[in-house]
Write a protein that binds this ligand. Structure first.
Ligand SMILES: Cc1ncc(COP(=O)(O)O)c(C=O)c1O
Length: 308
């Protein structure tokens, strides 16, 4: 069936053998962790629903994935953002452009109401008046996400049994932490290792608790030796992206994956190349976002595109 059952490849990074779950290849349009988190909405029937309402950034993977989901389900999409950056309005690219092409209505609330945040605005001024709508929280941070992630967990379990991987660690970066959290809950025999790309470790823990009060089922948060702010351009992030591309010939996203690979590199430095826990890294897609991130990096650091 489409949108599930991604393949696992073996790659070498810094001479460590690593297994890579290619969720980025689930489908050309509906892939990565959004395909998992929104699978519930894709395969279930919602009689009477005509529109999906979401919110987040005008450049986010969520916006694009929602626009694909809405198209597949013949729903409208209203996606609320704080504002649309002027460079994007003038010359649409990446997730924003692709979502517009899918018919998404992208609504900047800063122009409608100055003193409110997007979520409050939706709750107070939109949802009470809209009847045939489905509201999905930012980044798919909701219980419904478990439905698709449970299937991902079952695929991993089946692969691990088939390949006799007993001491398997599953590694993936976190934003809202939803994917890592539900993976750990549904993979009791293996440890899930993640890192906080948005808002730091304490914020990520808070998000874990919102979806599961049982701390024993929370993933382990790998520490980064340096504090990073989400969306900022760090030289070491681009260098990691580029190194991964050179060594594996696989492109990773520039927002989340570099931090996870930096943390993984630090984690593996405690082991030797011939004796380390088996690592399964989950490639969660998000490459359309690189269309805006990559030019920003090339401009800021004067990197040459042919580095890769
Ligand atoms: C490419 C990519 N990696 C990681 C994440 C973080 O996922 P989560 O919010 O489930 O922690 C996201 C956001 O959904 C993403 O787009």
């Amino acid at each position: 069936m489409k949108y599930i059952n991604s393949k696992v490849e073996t790659i070498n990074f810094d001479d460590f053998e690593i297994f890579l779950k290619r969720d980025d290849l689930l489908d050309a349009d509906f892939s990565g962790n959004k395909a998992r988190k929104f699978y519930y909405y894709l395969v279930n029937e919602f009689p009477g629903i005509e529109k999906i309402i979401g919110h987040g950034s005008a450049q986010s993977n969520t916006l694009y994935s929602f626009s694909v989901l809405a198209k597949l389900k013949s729903w409208d999409l209203d996606f609320y953002v704080d504002h649309i950056p002027s460079f994007l309005k003038e010359d649409p690219v990446g997730n924003y452009k692709a979502a517009l092409n899918n018919g998404a209505k992208i609504i900047p609330i800063r122009e409608l109401a100055e003193d409110t945040n997007t979520l409050d605005y939706i709750k107070k001024s939109i949802l009470p008046y809209e009847k045939k709508v489905l509201f999905v929280p930012e980044g798919g941070h909701c219980m419904e996400a478990e439905f698709g992630i449970k299937i991902l967990a079952a695929e991993i379990k089946e692969w691990a049994i088939k390949h006799k991987k007993i001491n398997l660690k599953i590694v993936l970066p976190s934003g809202t932490g939803t994917t890592a959290l539900f993976l750990q809950k549904n993979l009791k025999d293996f440890e899930v290792l993640t890192c906080a790309c948005v808002g730091g470790d304490e914020y990520l823990k808070k998000l874990f608790f919102e979806l599961n009060p049982n701390e024993n089922e929370h993933p382990l948060i790998l520490k980064s030796s340096k504090k990073h702010h989400f969306g900022k351009l760090y030289k070491e992030f681009y260098l990691m992206y580029d190194e991964l591309l050179k060594q594996t010939k696989i492109e990773f996203d520039l927002l989340y994956d570099p931090l996870a690979w930096l943390c993984l590199k630090e984690y593996l430095s405690n082991y030797s190349k011939d004796n380390h826990p088996s690592i399964l890294y989950i490639h969660q897609g998000g490459l359309l976002g690189n269309e805006t991130m990559k030019p920003r990096y090339l401009r800021k650091y004067d990197f040459k595109d042919d580095l890769s």
